[in-house]
Design a protein around this ligand. Structure first.
Ligand code: AMP
Length: 421
C-alpha cells in the first residue's frame, strides 16, 4: 500500500520553471523602474505582532476581521502572517529612525503575503506583491510620481487593457464629517440594503460603495459623494495630482465611488484594473496614508504608496516568448561505463562554466543515442562527445563536426561563440 499523497494547501501554488522565469523578469523590471526613481529595497519579516495589523490596517476591515492567519507562538505572543506590506514598512521606518533621513524616504519590496480569502482564479491565500512606499512628504508631486511609476511598470510588463481610477478621500476630519452624512443616508434606506452592508453602517459605511448587492447599489446611486465634501486644501491637493498626471501623460478616470479596503488611506486613492482579467480585475492600487506612521507610535509623517499583485500582472500580460533558455555546450560520454571518459567530461563541464559558458554533462546513464536526443531537447548549441583520448565537437546548428583534444573543447566553443564569452 502506498502512502497517501500530500498536496499544497488550498489557495497556494508552487512556482515552477517557466513561471519563475517570468517572475524573475518582472522583478528585474520593478527594480529598474523603482531604483531609478530613488526607491531602496526593503524586506520585512513574514510575520509581525498581530497588533500591528489590528491597529495599522484597522479593526473594521475585512482583512483584520476575517482574513488574517494568526497564531500564538511558544511564549504566548499573538503573531500574524503579514496580509499587506504598508503597515510593516511603516513599522520598520519608525523602528529604524528613518524619519531622521532626508525626506522622502522611498522603499520598495517584493514579498509574499497571506490572506484567508475565498480561493479562485487570480485570488490566492499566499500571493506576491511588489510595492512602493514613500514617507515624509505630502507633496502632490509624490502622489503623481508614485502612480506614474506603477503605470510604467504595468506598461513595460505588457499588461493589457489597463484602466486607472483615482479619487480623494480627504483628511480624516473631512471623512468623519462625511461618514455621518453617509450613515444618515444608509439608515434612511436600511431595508433595501444587504445584511452585510446594514451590519456595517456604524463601523464601515464607506464599504457600501463596493457592494455587488442590487438593492444596495440602487441606494448608493443617490448617496452623497465624499468628493463633494472635501476641504479646500484636499481639493487643491487632488487637483494638483491630476494635473501632474496629465502632464506625465498618464490616463485616468476620476471615480468618486472608489473606496479602498483599508482604513489608513487619506487624500489620494487609486486603483489599476485590467479588463483582461475576470472577476478579480484589480492589478494594483494604493494611496496616501498621512496618519499611519503616527498611529503606529512614530512621529507625524505623511506617506504614499501602492502594491500590485505579481500573479495578476502575469495573468494580464501577453505571454511574450521568453528568451530561449541558452545551453552553450552539452558534454556527452561515448561509453558511460568508461571512468576515464566520465572524468574528462566532468573536468570539461566545470572548466566550461568557469569560462562563462552554460554547460551540462550526461548524468543519467543514457545510451549515446539517448544523450544526443536529450542534448537536442535542451537546445544545446554544441555537443562534445568524450572518449578517452579525443573528443568530437558537433555544431548542432550546422551539423559540422570536428575532432580535437578534449582540453581544447572549451576554448574552441568560446571562440566559435565569439567575443563576450
Ligand atoms: P491590496 O493590498 O488589497 O490593495 O491589493 C493590491 C493588489 O494585490 C491587488 O490589486 C491584487 O493585484 C493583489 N492581490 C490582493 N489580494 C490578492 C490575493 N488574495 N491573491 C492574489 N492577488 C492579490
Amino acid at each position: 500500500m502506498s502512502a497517501e499523497k500530500i498536496k499544497a494547501p488550498r489557495g497556494t501554488f508552487d512556482v515552477l520553471g517557466e513561471q519563475e522565469a517570468r517572475r524573475a523578469s518582472l522583478e528585474t523590471c520593478a527594480r529598474e523602474i523603482l531604483e531609478s526613481a530613488g526607491y531602496e529595497r526593503i524586506e520585512t519579516p513574514a510575520f509581525e505582532a498581530t497588533e500591528l495589523f489590528a491597529r495599522g490596517v484597522g479593526g473594521s476591515t475585512d482583512i483584520v476581521q476575517k482574513e488574517m492567519y494568526t497564531l500564538t507562538d511558544g511564549s504566548g505572543r499573538s503573531l500574524t502572517l503579514r496580509p499587506e506590506g504598508t503597515a510593516p514598512v511603516c513599522r520598520a521606518y519608525v523602528e529604524h529612525g528613518m524619519h531622521k533621513r532626508p525626506a522622502p524616504v522611498k522603499l520598495w519590496y517584493l514579498s509574499s503575503f497571506f490572506r484567508y480569502e475565498r480561493a479562485q482564479a487570480g485570488r490566492y491565500r499566499q500571493f506576491w506583491q511588489v510595492g512602493a512606499e514613500a514617507l515624509g512628504s505630502d507633496d502632490p508631486a509624490l502622489d503623481a510620481e508614485s502612480i506614474a511609476l506603477l503605470a510604467e511598470l504595468l506598461s513595460q510588463m505588457g499588461v493589457s487593457d489597463v484602466r486607472l481610477r483615482i479619487s480623494s478621500l480627504g483628511t480624516r476630519e473631512a471623512r468623519l464629517r462625511y461618514r455621518e452624512l453617509l450613515q444618515g443616508h444608509l439608515r434612511s434606506r436600511q431595508d433595501e440594503l444587504s445584511d452585510d452592508v446594514r451590519g456595517r453602517i456604524e463601523m464601515n459605511p464607506l464599504r457600501a460603495f463596493d457592494s455587488d448587492h442590487e438593492g444596495t447599489r440602487t441606494v448608493m446611486q443617490s448617496a452623497p459623494r465624499l468628493l463633494d465634501h472635501l476641504d479646500r486644501g484636499d481639493l487643491e491637493h487632488f487637483a494638483e495630482v491630476r494635473s501632474l498626471l496629465d502632464l506625465a501623460g498618464v490616463a485616468y478616470d476620476v471615480d468618486a465611488t472608489l473606496v479602498r479596503g483599508l482604513d489608513y488611506y487619506t487624500r489620494t486613492v487609486f486603483e489599476f484594473t485590467s479588463d483582461a482579467l475576470g472577476a478579480q480585475s484589480g492589478v494594483g492600487g494604493g494611496g496616501r496614508y498621512d496618519g499611519l506612521v503616527a498611529e503606529l507610535g512614530g512621529p507625524a509623517t505623511p506617506g504614499m504608496g501602492w502594491a500590485a499583485g505579481i500573479e495578476r500582472i502575469l495573468l494580464a500580460s501577453e505571454s511574450r516568448p521568453e528568451n530561449e533558455a541558452r545551453l552553450d555546450l552539452f558534454i556527452a560520454v561515448g561509453d558511460t561505463t568508461d571512468r576515464a571518459a566520465r572524468g574528462l567530461a566532468f573536468a570539461t563541464v566545470t572548466a566550461a562554466r568557469a569560462a562563462g559558458l552554460t554547460a551540462q554533462m550526461e548524468l543519467a546513464g543514457r545510451s549515446l543515442k539517448g544523450q544526443l536526443g536529450y542534448a537536442n531537447k535542451l537546445g544545446a548549441r554544441y555537443v562534445a562527445t568524450m572518449a578517452a583520448a579525443e573528443c568530437v565537437l558537433k555544431d548542432m546548428r550546422s551539423g559540422a563536426e570536428q575532432t580535437l583534444a578534449s582540453h581544447a573543447v572549451v576554448a574552441s566553443v568560446r571562440d566559435a561563440l565569439g567575443a563576450g564569452k
